[in-house]
Write a new protein. Structure first.
Length: 278
């Protein structure tokens, strides 16, 4: 008999592992009220549509890796002095990238935390193998266009993960390192962000192909290492389980602060209440 998956609305009487994705953990960290509404009462906050152009760049970057997977490195890695890093070849890699199905079975990118009975996971972008250490490294593909907000003043600058709002990128890397380790892999704490940054400075246009129905955009590409800290992940899972079991009423929303913590719904709610009191 196939076990019914425990996901969506939390049921304290369901003995099956409760599935929580990386994004749900991030929501708990940002605003416990939003997490409580969604996991206890299935009330989802308003969401922005996904940016499909970002998904497309992820797909294309992975195809670059797929072309040499398990065999050799790529020029961008060699240029960065990381020619010993090659795309990792594993029978379940394609399943690991499927974020919508992460909890389906053990061949996907998930692990069950025994203390809390939480099945935790998500969808990876890629994994590379360090041929010098035999460790694997989590890879996250990112795309951006830094110069679009002030095109006249923009100067080309290196991609970075130091902006405050990119803390969620770092936490994602922390979480995926932890999951990979729980799955028994020899995984390094060093992860890598592969950035492509759309350019327009001193570029005449996009319609430069011989085929007039094709347009091209130039991206600068770079690799940014990040030292993951997965030490907070397990205590957070314990905190989440206690929260799910014991939080009988909705906590206050966490207003979005200057350091990009909290949520926009909390900010909007507080501003709306203040305006109604005028």
């Amino acid at each position: 008999m196939v076990k019914k998956r425990h996901r969506g609305k939390f049921d304290p009487n369901n003995p099956n592992p409760y599935e929580l994705s990386r994004s749900r953990i991030e929501k708990f960290l940002k605003c416990k009220a939003c997490f409580w509404l969604e996991q206890i009462h299935k009330v989802k906050p308003p969401e922005m549509p996904s940016f499909t152009i970002n998904t497309t760049t992820d797909i294309l970057l992975k195809r670059d890796s797929d072309a040499v997977r398990g065999k050799s490195s790529l020029p961008i890695w060699k240029k960065a002095g990381l020619g010993h890093m090659i795309p990792f070849d594993h029978e379940h890699l394609e399943k690991w990238t499927q974020s919508l199905h992460y909890g389906l079975n053990d061949s996907y990118f998930n692990t069950v935390h025994k203390q809390t009975n939480i099945k935790f996971g998500g969808g990876l972008d890629d994994v590379f193998l360090n041929t010098q250490t035999d460790q694997i490294h989590i890879i996250d593909y990112k795309s951006q266009a830094q110069g679009t907000r002030s095109p006249e003043k923009y100067e080309v600058k290196p991609s970075s993960i130091d902006e405050p709002w990119k803390i969620s990128y770092k936490r994602q890397m922390d979480m995926y390192v932890w999951v990979a380790r729980q799955k028994g892999f020899n995984v390094s704490n060093t992860g890598y962000f592969v950035y492509v940054d759309a350019q327009h400075k001193n570029i005449e246009g996009m319609l430069v192909d011989q085929d007039p129905s094709i347009a091209w955009m130039k991206f600068n590409a770079s690799i940014i290492p990040y030292e993951a800290d997965p030490s907070w992940v397990e205590p957070t899972l314990v905190e989440i389980k206690n929260f799910l079991m014991n939080q009988s009423s909705m906590p206050n929303h966490t207003p979005k602060g200057d350091n990009f913590s909290g949520c926009d719904l909390g900010r909007y709610t507080n501003d709306m209440i203040a305006a109604l009191k005028l």
